[in-house]
Ligand binder design. Structure first.
Ligand code: FES
Ligand SMILES: [Fe+2]
Length: 438
């Protein structure tokens, strides 16, 4: 349980807010590349409580500028994409990709007023299906050499989904290894042959045991948390009756991402990105260590559950997340279908728009949540005191030397679980068609 003041400090994201100023010192997912490729490349972006517009100019370069025109505030999302920039339809003021006003066609001939007019603008880069924005001061940091950035684009599929709640509770479900035994429990095992592109459907490495069965039969994991250069490494051990140990290694990448195994073939790296204080997007990069990802299939699977253009899930509070009491009795723990994203969405949205953490009671299995909040508090203090070099991944570390992070499920036959994880990961990397050495 924490105070209301601390809860506000950890959750609020607007300009000048405690957590918001930390988040602004890291690249943030702003849009999927898919969004720019459907129709006209002008996309509204609301990020960290700021309203922006992302567009591609005629030189093929991206600009991320203020959504409201600096003249009288009209919505630039309806702008005319012309003359290598975006022109406001209200009085024709024209802006380039850096937000500079380059023309005011209604002002007197020879006027130089436009030279002093600049919209907000943030640097953006594209990486493996996602457009990233840097909204902080100074030079943006480098990208770490994580698998999701390093794999060729053929091996990474990116998607996103809207959750109507604060970003921190969304992140906290990802660093809570205990919930999978309950929230995502399937009362029967599905055929793992039909597992492509889905989570928790594969069998644990070398065991033939469906992950669903391990999670269901062993609900009390031993969880340990280690601090790393990028954030936290979580190890969840489930000691099986036959003397073997199931090891699940997941990661928190500071400030708001997680990296988790999806199947033996793929991992998911997922950012929980604040739209504003009460809404967030998850952006996932599914990275394959074997074949190229079947992007059409994975997109189709997910578009069946989401509506465009805002990527809002079709199941939500308005239709009780598809809750079915009969299904809950016989098939799933939640009664909300087989898509585990819906389970997580219900879990995080049902906590309220911003979880009231003055009323919570954390247990031993919440250790990673406790450690993460401590890290975020330390980062907030560092930013307030100007000790920027104390922030994770900004300590003067060469980020190109940051690999992985290792995220996998493994079975230790003899109790040496750290070796089992390392062996399973090394085998996967050795067979990988792109350079996945760590
Ligand atoms: S409001 Fe945009 S040009 Fe006037
Ligand atoms: Fe989950």
């Amino acid at each position: 349980m924490i105070s209301q003041e601390m809860n506000d400090s950890l959750t609020r994201v607007g300009p000048g807010s405690d957590a918001g100023e930390v988040l602004r010192r890291y690249w943030q997912p702003a849009a999927l590349l898919d969004e720019l490729e459907q129709g006209r490349p002008v996309v509204p972006v609301r990020l960290l409580g700021e309203d922006l517009v992302l567009f591609r100019d005629s030189e093929g370069e991206l600009g991320l500028i203020g959504r409201h025109c600096p003249h009288r505030g009209a919505d630039m999302c309806f702008g005319r994409l012309e003359d290598n920039g975006l022109r406001c339809p209200f009085h024709g003021w024209h802006f380039d990709r850096n937000g500079q006003c380059v023309e005011q066609p209604g002002e007197p001939e020879g006027s130089r007023m436009h030279e002093k007019i600049k919209s907000v603008s943030y640097p953006v880069v594209e990486k493996n299906g996602i457009v990233w924005a840097y909204m902080g001061p100074g030079e943006p940091p480098a990208f770490p050499n994580f698998d999701c950035f390093r794999a060729p684009s053929s091996h990474v599929f990116a998607f996103k989904g809207l959750w109507k709640c604060n970003w921190l509770q969304a992140l906290e479900v990802g660093i809570d290894p205990a919930h999978a035994s309950f929230l995502h429990r399937f009362l029967q095992d599905e055929d793992s042959a039909d597992s492509y592109g889905k989570q928790f459907r594969d069998t644990a490495a070398d065991s033939g045991i469906p992950i669903t069965k391990v999670l269901r039969d062993y609900p009390r994991p031993d969880i340990s948390v280690d601090e790393t250069d990028y954030g936290l490494r979580l190890t969840a051990l489930r000691h099986l009756d036959n003397g073997q140990t199931h090891v699940r290694v997941t990661n928190q990448i500071f400030p708001e991402a997680i990296s988790i195994p999806m199947s033996r073939e793929m991992i998911i790296t997922q950012w929980h990105v604040p739209i504003d204080d009460e809404n967030c997007y998850w952006y996932s990069m599914f990275t394959s260590y074997t074949d190229p990802v079947d992007k059409d299939l994975m997109r189709q699977q997910r578009l069946k559950e989401h509506r465009l253009p805002d990527y809002a899930p079709l199941k939500d509070a308005s239709n009780n997340y598809g809750y079915d009491a009969a299904e809950q009795a016989t098939e799933t723990y939640t009664g909300m279908g087989l898509d585990i994203n819906v389970h997580d969405q219900w879990a995080v949205e049902s906590l309220g728009a911003i979880q009231d953490r003055t009323q919570e009671h954390l247990g031993k299995t919440d250790i990673a949540i406790i450690r993460y909040r401590r890290m975020l508090r330390a980062a907030i203090a560092a930013v307030k005191e100007g000790r920027y070099q104390d922030l994770p991944m900004q300590k003067g570390l060469d980020l190109t030397t940051l690999f992985g992070p290792v995220s996998n499920d493994a079975i230790a036959k003899d109790g040496d679980w750290s070796k089992a994880t390392a062996v399973a990961d090394a085998a996967r990397r050795a067979a990988c068609p792109w350079d996945a050495t760590v």
